[in-house]
Design a protein around this ligand. Sequence first.
Ligand code: ZN
Length: 259
Amino acid sequence: MIRHHKGGVVYYTFPHLGWGVKHAIFTRLGGLSHSPFDGLNVGHLVGDKDKAVEANHRIIYETLALNAREVVTARQVHSHSVAVVGPEDKGRIVPATDGLVTETPGLTLMLRFADCLPILLYDPQKQVIGLGHAGWRGTVGLLAQRLAETMREEFGCHLPQVRAGLGPAIGPCCYSVGEEVREAVQAVLPDSSGAVVERADGVYLDLWEANRWQLNQLGIQRIEVGKICTACNTAEFFSHRAEGERTGRFAVLMLLQGE
Ligand SMILES: [Zn+2]
């Protein structure tokens, strides 16, 4: 990933996705929210002041020179539901969904994160994008694969030509899980996926490897993994695990540039 600075705002991009897709993984740096939501929190439902959250949304759209009216987002519920969106969805919050797919240039997909994994998919031939949000539930629900399969089924994407970016998330250094989660993961993913990491002090989940494996299984090879652990890096990212319930959400945005 490349780290960008614009004013006080810091965000990351995946260079291998190419010029056809504009995208950004924002950090918490550069916004107006006060502690514990400092500063660029885009979550409306976390207890932050609405005015600050709205100002933060304006900051991210200005940073990328985007029109706020072109944005579609989702009420994220740790599901494996994927929605196909188009021009009629501008300004909409899609209910109970953790994946968005579109072929509409300029339509800006946005999701919010605080430890869960951002999954960015781009087909440069068909000009289709997908954006997903996966914690352990989404990973066990194969959200990454559903996102890619939706691109194939709805728009005829040939998956080996799809490029993927897996963004900052809670890493295997910090994501300790209980027996229930371990069993759920191992029921779906083989040991060779690298999803479960056992150490002397417990069992850890590797969201990057678990989701990379899922995409690899569908023939997607060009995957860049931005291995920044959100829980280790709370100076830049919000982390539900490291900071508790009262923390913010950082934004990930993605849109097709069009002609
Ligand atoms: Zn960590």
